[in-house]
Design a protein around this ligand. Structure first.
Ligand code: ZN
Length: 113
């Protein structure tokens, strides 16, 4: 069985099996990383990985997950950022009956015609 040596920030070098790691690759920018739980201190560790490291880990039998950046990143963001007061108002509104209709009204009123 292949053992893989990785580095835990608290414990230093640790030995892992392929099943102990996960490689993650973002399909939008092809950034790679790998993560594992340290067998000594149980800390979750995540590290950036170059294409070469990703290929090496995958060819050693480490499972790969492909993920996408959230679609919200490419949405247009108009208007000023939310203030803490607005967030508090919204929180209070959610405690009232009929909050959904009121939010729907607000959205309709703020839409450009
Ligand atoms: Zn550790």
């Amino acid at each position: 069985m292949t053992t893989i040596r990785a580095n835990c920030p608290s414990c230093g070098d640790v030995q892992l099996r392929a099943a102990d790691l996960t490689v993650r690759v973002c399909s939008d920018d092809e950034q790679g990383s790998y993560c594992f739980q340290c067998p000594t201190c149980a800390q979750a560790v995540a590290k950036d990985a170059s294409r070469r490291i990703v290929d090496l880990l995958v060819s050693s039998g480490v499972r790969m997950e492909v993920w996408r950046l959230p679609a919200e990143l490419s949405e247009p963001h108009l208007g000023p950022p939310l203030t803490p007061d607005e967030l508090l108002d919204f929180h209070l509104l959610l405690g009232e009956d009929g909050w959904f209709d009121e939010v729907e009204d607000m959205v309709r009123r703020s839409m450009p015609r």
